[in-house]
Design a protein around this ligand. Structure first.
Ligand code: ZN
Ligand code: ZN
Length: 256
């Protein structure tokens, strides 16, 4: 059983109903640290031991620096942040650089810091009983998705990506797939914009989801502000026979 709390699952901000990507798994591990993270209580934040990042775009890391600072005094172990080695290098150079934000990997001291930045091992990592493996993504910068497995439950997260054949091949090859949490930033009327920005549009997503096993749920996230309804209508009409979910920020699912 995996508890998935979609604290943020929007492709932008605007009003309390839109929060950017941040997913809490089993109250212990966070995938991405967008503005949705800021809606969690301080006590819940303080219990998060691991943050796993898909990429370093601001809508996925905006609240990470603030998280470290907010919970530091409440924790006695470092917050561990996991990502591709290239993403870790970006965070060191551009965020935790003592200019944008303090370098909490050496505060209060290097031996016992508030924050550890950790490159993901190529064969994945097990965090709080959840097994994380990277999946391919196509986003123009270092980026990945993840498969997350616990027992018989497997969730696949696309992260931000264009229509990446290697991602879909990889999830077809998984021994089981309980749900795919996949981005769809635009309706198909904006396919050009989707292709330009390396995001999914609804037309391409329909084709990919139709090819998945019927039993797999599809959780569609990262809809861009103002296009939520057009995307929902397009997907709902084409995927009537599927377990299609179009969550609002704050939604909680139990899988498995
Ligand atoms: Zn992105
Ligand atoms: Zn994004």
């Amino acid at each position: 059983m995996i508890r998935l709390e979609l604290a943020g699952c929007s492709g932008g901000i605007g009003g309390s109903g839109r929060q950017t990507t941040s997913y809490l798994l089993n109250d212990a591990v966070l995938i991405d640290a967008g503005t949705g993270l800021g809606t969690l209580s301080l006590e819940v934040m303080a219990r998060i031991d691991h943050v796993v990042l898909t990429h370093a775009h601001l809508d996925h890391i905006a609240c990470l620096p603030l998280l470290v600072d907010s919970v530091a005094a409440m924790r006695d172990t470092p917050l561990q942040v996991w990502a591709l080695p290239e993403v870790i290098a970006i965070l060191r150079a551009h965020i935790f650089n003592d200019q944008i934000w303090p370098d909490f990997t050496v505060i209060p001291d290097a031996a016992n810091p508030f924050l550890q930045l950790k490159a993901l091992p190529a064969d994945g990592v097990n965090l709080a009983g959840l097994s994380f493996t990277t999946l391919p993504a196509l986003h123009g910068i270092p980026a990945c998705g993840y498969s997350v497995n616990q027992g018989n439950t497997t969730l696949a997260f696309s992260g931000d990506t264009g229509d990446c054949a290697a991602f879909w091949e990889a999830i077809h090859a998984l021994p089981s797939l309980t749900a795919v949490v996949v981005e769809c930033s635009y309706p198909s009327t904006m396919a050009n914009m989707a292709d330009l920005s390396l995001h999914m549009h609804a037309g391409a997503l329909v084709q990919r989801l139709r090819a998945l096993p019927l039993a797999a749920a599809s959780v569609v996230i990262h809809r861009k502000p103002g296009f939520e309804e057009a995307i929902a209508q397009e997907l709902s009409a084409a995927l009537e026979d599927r377990d299609l979910r179009l969550p609002q920020p704050g939604e909680i699912y139990q899988f498995g």
